[in-house]
Design a protein around this ligand. Structure first.
Ligand code: AMP
Length: 179
């Protein structure tokens, strides 16, 4: 696949579009707003091309994490002609699911996936916008394991290095922007 610019050139352009929003959604959080990347047609195309160039050929499904993971995974899936499997918040998927509940700094959260969506025949890559504490991505690893699928790795647009999310993950991690 054709990538017009080098990885570092694309990353430098994308970095400039991401807006840090302090104290959103709660005090002390610096929210990484990626919506300006989506609004810029060339930047969005470049980042989707870059994501796509890192997806191994043997990948059978992209695991898209709700909700911004859906946006990137859909575009990459369209580009590569492979499917996406949705990993969703509770109560959104209509057929039988399996769940994994994980701890947050305050409280807990749950992710679900359709029981019959992936199996041991699948080789999957997880896609999301931000790797922060790693709880969400780790929960996705557990769901993958429960269904017997082979997890090839994770791809993130942004990784917040100080939160050490990658230390929680067993599969390889590739993040384009580190902050
Ligand atoms: P975590 O489980 O802590 O790694 O959080 C990852 C999930 O929460 C991803 O789906 C992100 O979309 C979202 N998220 C966490 N921290 C941020 C942040 N600082 N800015 C934007 N999104 C975030």
């Amino acid at each position: 696949m054709e990538v017009r610019l080098s990885r570092s050139e694309i990353v430098e352009r994308i970095k400039k579009l991401i807006v840090d929003v302090p104290n959103f959604p709660s005090e002390g959080i610096i929210f990484k707003d990626i919506t300006p990347v989506l609004q810029n047609g060339i930047a969005f195309q470049d980042i989707v091309n870059l994501f796509s160039s890192t997806i191994p050929k043997e990948t059978t499904q992209l695991l898209a994490i709700e909700s911004r993971g859906f946006i990137f995974a859909s575009a990459i899936a369209h580009h590569l002609g492979i499917g996406i499997t949705l990993v969703r918040k509770p109560g959104k998927l209509p057929r039988p699911t399996i769940s994994h509940t994980y701890a947050l700094e305050y409280g807990e959260d749950t992710l679900q996936i359709h029981k019959d969506s992936i199996s041991k025949k699948d080789k999957v890559i997880v896609i999301d916008d931000v790797l922060a504490t790693g709880g969400t991505a780790q929960a996705t690893e557990v769901l993958c394991e429960k269904l017997g699928a082979h997890l090839l790795g994770h791809r993130f647009l942004i990784e917040i290095d100080s939160l050490k999310g990658r230390d929680k993950l067993s599969a390889t991690v590739d993040s384009f922007i580190h902050c």
